[in-house]
Write a protein that binds this ligand. Sequence first.
Ligand code: PMP
Length: 415
Amino acid sequence: LVQWYTETNPESAREAKDAASVLPGGNTRTVLHQLPFSMALESGKGTLVTSKDGVEYLGFVSEYSAGMYGHSHPQIHKAVHEALDIGINLGSVIGKETEFANLIKERFPSMELMRFTNSGTEANTMAIAAAIGYTKQEHILVFKNGYHGSTLTFGENKPVTNLPHKFIVGTYNDIEATRRLLRFGIAAILVEPLQSAGGIIPATGEFLKFLRDAATTLNAVLIFDEIVTSRLDFYGLQGYHSIKPDMTTLGKYIGGGFSFGCFGGRKEIMQQFDPTRSAGHLAHSGTFNNNVFTMTAGIAGLKLTLPGEISRINALGDRIRESINELAEQHGLKDEVKAVGFGSMVGVHFQNRGGQLLRDVFYFELLKRQVVIGRRGFIALNLMHTEAHVNQFVNVASDSLGLLGRNLKEITLDV
Ligand code: PMP
């Protein structure tokens, strides 16, 4: 398969070689790094992407969840043109940030006041700063396999340095183990209501409610990182679970496909950023925080992301999960393959005998059939996906899993 991939993607191979001379590993975003080399794309339209080698694929990566609108959605396209005519970044307040903030607040009423940033990493960094400033405490409770940004990652791939905070790392979804870590002195509990990079693992409602109560008891700030999960319910997973965090961070799709992050929450906490407060206000700046592109595209995007549309793609995700699990059973892979997740986000996990190898074979077999997912088994649906696309995916997955099932012994022997 690797030989097939190498032979059929000579342009991507060339790109990778050129890139490696100026970018470590030929890349500027580690998640995109893959062996033998990453596929370079030329363009995207709707749910389709075209490689530099001229092959068109049905895409299920959706920009690792940020691509809620597919590629070149007409409404977003229009908004971007409008932004070009207005001016890209005016270095002033522009009014659109207020309209955008109000649209966000409609979905996240717990965000009484908010500020924009350029990335999710920055949003979480600022939320932590706000919690420390507000509580005057310094420990931050996070969870194993949590991912809150490039410098805030708690999985196996450690960053060069985590931001210099006193982190306590708990076990996700484990109430008893977490209870043993609770102590006064915790400024914030930072949690994803579904671990995205950690494998599309939803938190249980009980776990989130336990964290809510713990934060209240300890006078700590509960921060929900809804950077990914805001796409799973019109009111985010906080709405779904009816839990009100003290702060929320957002990013990814909410920026309409442009660089974006947002942090906000209870008025008393967020007022620290009000420069009119005489003493000890927290500074927060950022050249591109209210750039015209993100504000305009974000507004246009949120107007498209209506509850009915979110439910529709969530149901498509349910179908993918159910189909993969049924196919795994049919093809004798029940112990090897399991699809998990929530709504429009699916994680396909390969476990036991040669899990990683099976995962790679599945990925390449899908590619052969002109379907692309994230190599780690990542699937995110977007508003352009229809039932027909899901049918196509299920057919192709059936062929690929059938082949895996028939060859399981040989594949395992190779490990
Ligand atoms: N939090 C979560 C839950 C994320 O998945 C990500 C990005 N994958 C981030 C934060 C960081 O966002 P950004 O890449 O925009 O810095």
